[in-house]
Write a protein that binds this ligand. Sequence first.
Ligand code: PAF
Length: 265
Amino acid sequence: MNLKLNRPVAFVPTMGSLHAGHKSLIEIAKELENEVVVSIFVNPLQFENPEDFTNYPKSISSDTQLAETSGATFVWVPTFEEIYPNNPEIISAGEIGKLFEGVHRFGHFDGVLTVVKRLFDLVQPKFAVFGEKDFQQLFLIKEMVARLDLPVTIISAPTIRETSGLAMSSRNSRLSNSELANASEIYSALGAATSGKSISQARELLLQKAQKISELILDYAEVIDEDTFDIATESTVKPRAIIAGWINGVRLIDNMAMTNPESAK
Ligand code: PAF
């Protein structure tokens, strides 16, 4: 199926289990265009772990309701065959796709870019909105759009947080109250990084805090250059603290923009 809507579309691709974070993406899309398409498709290609794919929360009817009340004019729930009718053209996320999330989730970003490209081909949006929470994903999607010269403008939307600071995520519903409290310490660790007097101190504070979070199996805690995804140096203009790990089998990922302490002097 080719949606081919004849009016300009703002698009919010999702994997469902929508929450306030998605609501804000849809509201941002609505400010851009009156026609807002929300897709709900749990993309098997981006799950390196079959159990995570099977356990991914599904709630189509409440999702449709939330999407519509937030401003969606069309909620699209494609089938696997619609997205991947024959051998899908796999889009490589390149070297940056193998860093950080890519180390721990092998092939994940190739799966993300492959589905996003397919969704763009089918929806042909003028704008597509993605959250900053998945910062490496956002970076790689922007990079793919530039590389393939796709006629879509990528809009980044700020991370929406619980009052505890925990970044909203569909996977949070699998955490108990005490696990949620521990998970919210990730936000404090990111905050600690922003108080560093240099990039190296920021990195140290981030790591120290992150390593002390109860139950968290830490995959990485780093300060990167948000324009290149290189490890930040003392002269990086736009540093960003990034962190990811697991609590009780639930993947947690977050990031925070920083001001380089040197440039703030
Ligand atoms: O961020 C997500 O929910 C997914 O990675 C996306 C962009 C919808 C692709 O499946």
